[in-house]
Design a protein around this ligand. Structure first.
Ligand code: BDR
Ligand code: CA
Length: 309
């Protein structure tokens, strides 16, 4: 298998920052660009966090600012978990990186259209607003993308409401456009990401690694862990990094194709990904859902990431 040319779409909070570390300087990934959306915090903050991570770790790829709010609903952030800055914890040196002038959505459309089909893999670790806008601007990109991996959704319970996961809940209309587009995305949902729990012991071990990525990781995960324990009563999960890890190594998760609908109107279920496990709807599968994960290999990849810098 050839090395994926990757465009990473982020809303940089704590686990997005780790996803960026994992995608960059990785011999199994050719990271071409980063696009940013609002999500964990407002766009100005998620953009600044992205630029800080790239600047501090000499990640020399273009960064594009995208959508500052969801398609229809008002912006809801995850500031309780990710803090006022969206990446509370680490103290960054002065930032020496600037965003590109082009809008992220225009960049996505132009880049995908200007290249032969199936050149780019997209990994989305935030709300799907940028990708949905790109699909509306140029629907034919759906057939030109090699692969789209989405951190989002759940087959069972949610993490922001009883039924909905944050990235889908933040912009359900965008998610619905993406699942209906014909791309056949890989849904890397809470079903798999929640098993990647960063325990106290694991954080202490990883914090012993030397280097700039490990020290950003350690400072940011201390905040992330404290906030997750305070507000959701459990240690944090490595949601976004799994999506990048799976782009690098598709054998890390077992997946199965299902029809996945996004609930956009339910009073209690808005933002839920409804996975037709039994096929009762008789609708053709539109997504590949991650079902299992080789946890040991994931943690080894994370350790190797921190050691690389
Ligand atoms: C997702 O929500 C965000 O807060 C995280 O960055 C992750 O992308 C997990 O539900
Ligand atoms: Ca995210």
């Amino acid at each position: 298998m050839s090395i994926p040319r990757l465009i990473l779409d982020v809303d940089t909070g704590h686990d997005d920052a780790v996803a960026i570390m994992m995608a960059a300087h990785n011999p199994a990934i050719d990271l071409c660009a980063i696009t940013v959306t609002a999500g964990n915090q407002t766009l100005d903050k998620t953009l600044l966090n992205t630029l800080h991570v790239c600047s501090a770790l000499s990640i020399d790829v273009p960064v594009y600012a995208g959508m500052s709010r969801p398609l229809l609903s008002p912006l809801v952030t995850a500031s309780k978990i990710h803090g006022e800055s969206g990446l509370d914890g680490p103290v960054f040196p002065p930032c020496n990186k600037k965003e590109e002038k082009e809008h992220a959505v225009v960049f996505l459309v132009n880049t995908i259209m200007e290249h032969p089909a199936k050149q780019f893999t997209l990994v989305a670790t935030g709300p799907l607003t940028n990708i949905a806008m790109a699909l509306r601007l140029e629907p034919s990109i759906a057939h030109k993308i090699a692969r789209l991996l989405i951190m989002g959704g759940s087959m069972t319970q949610g993490n922001v409401t009883a039924q909905a996961e944050f990235n889908i809940h933040a912009d359900p209309e965008a998610a619905s456009i993406v699942f209906d587009s014909g791309i056949m995305p890989v849904m890397v949902g809470l079903d798999v990401t929640r098993s990647l729990v960063l325990t106290r012991e694991r954080l202490d071990l990883l914090s012993q690694i030397k280097g700039p990525a490990a020290s950003i990781f350690s400072a940011s995960m201390e905040h992330y862990m404290a906030a997750c324990l305070q507000y959701i009563g459990e240690s944090p999960a490595m949601h976004d990094p799994l999506c990048v890890a799976l782009a690098a190594d598709p054998s890390l998760c077992q997946t199965k194709k299902y029809f996945v609908g996004v609930e956009c109107s339910g009073a209690l279920t808005r933002g839920r990904t409804v996975v037709d496990l039994s096929g009762v709807s008789q609708k053709a599968p539109n997504a590949e859902v991650a079902l299992t994960i080789d946890e040991k290999r994931f943690w080894a990849m994370l350790e190797a990431t921190l050691q690389r810098y």
